[in-house]
Design a protein. Structure first.
Length: 267
């Protein structure tokens, strides 16, 4: 299978989709237990949610599931949130802390090495190539990393997560103008709540690529699945009415990022 899908556009914006893929090779699938085979921690329908909102945006999408290997984790296995519950490069549990592998089938060091070569590195090679291409063409590149998560996950955080979770690695991964512009849209969105650099401050992708001083900006958007799914449990169906309402705000978000990019690029 192709581990990454790329669609090139002329915009300075690149949309990253590291967690919408559901492909699991047969030899890995049979090692997952019944809980793991639910693939519950997928970013369900997120690529569909953003489809067509910014027609000239470049998209880079991993086709493999995060249980194969997580494309938004440090390849060295360093934790994103030291001291807090999280999942690793190849998760051993789901977001509820429940095992996802059959007894004796947890991935070992050889599995990690193999999957880095087959999945993680090709995805990031494609992403890096597009960032380089877009920056050369437009004078800068803005990576907008697209994510979703259940609104209530006690294993990871207390209470309800805000609907819009913007991560900029505490302001290090993108210019303040970009974060401020996105904030103006989401904080004004009626019926939704939002936070910047709350529980989720941006994953490894945001932190690794975001180098504003070099003309590469990165921002992560983590949406609660309650904002667009009929239910945050199987079958994880998209609620068309919710999705259409949310898409209007996401279109505004991408539009204002592109406008801000043009301003930044003209300086």
């Amino acid at each position: 299978m192709s581990v990454v899908e790329v669609e090139r556009g002329l915009s300075p914006i690149i949309l990253g989709f590291p967690h919408t893929g559901t492909d699991v090779p047969a030899d890995i699938w049979k090692r997952l237990n019944q809980n793991g085979q639910l693939l519950a921690d997928t970013d369900w329908h997120i690529d569909q949610l953003y489809d067509g909102l910014l027609p000239e945006a470049t998209t880079v999408r991993a086709t493999f599931h995060r249980y194969v290997i997580d494309a938004n984790r440090d390849p060295e296995g360093v934790s994103l949130y030291p001291g807090q519950n999280t999942t690793g490069l190849i998760p051993e549990t789901d977001f509820d802390g429940k095992p996802i592998w059959r007894d004796g089938e947890k991935p070992n060091a050889a599995d990690i090495k193999s999957r880095l070569e087959q999945f993680h590195r090709p995805y990031h090679a494609a992403l890096a190539d597009e960032i380089k291409r877009v920056r050369e063409a437009c004078g800068l590149a803005i990576l907008y990393d697209c994510h979703s998560i259940r609104s209530h996950i006690p294993f990871l955080f207390q209470g309800k997560l805000p609907d819009f979770n913007i991560g900029t690695n505490e302001g290090k991964s993108c210019s303040p103008e970009i974060a401020s512009a996105v904030g103006r849209i989401v904080f004004a969105a009626r019926g939704y709540d939002a936070v910047i650099n709350g529980r989720f401050k941006g994953g490894w992708t945001t932190r690794h690529y975001g180098q504003p001083q070099l003309g590469i900006h990165a921002i992560q958007m983590e949406l609660t699945q309650s904002s667009h799914l009929a239910t945050e449990a199987p079958p994880f169906a998209l609620d068309e009415a919710k999705a259409e309402k949310l898409r209007r705000h996401l279109k505004d978000v991408l539009g204002i990022i592109e406008q801000t990019a043009i301003k930044l690029g003209s300086r």
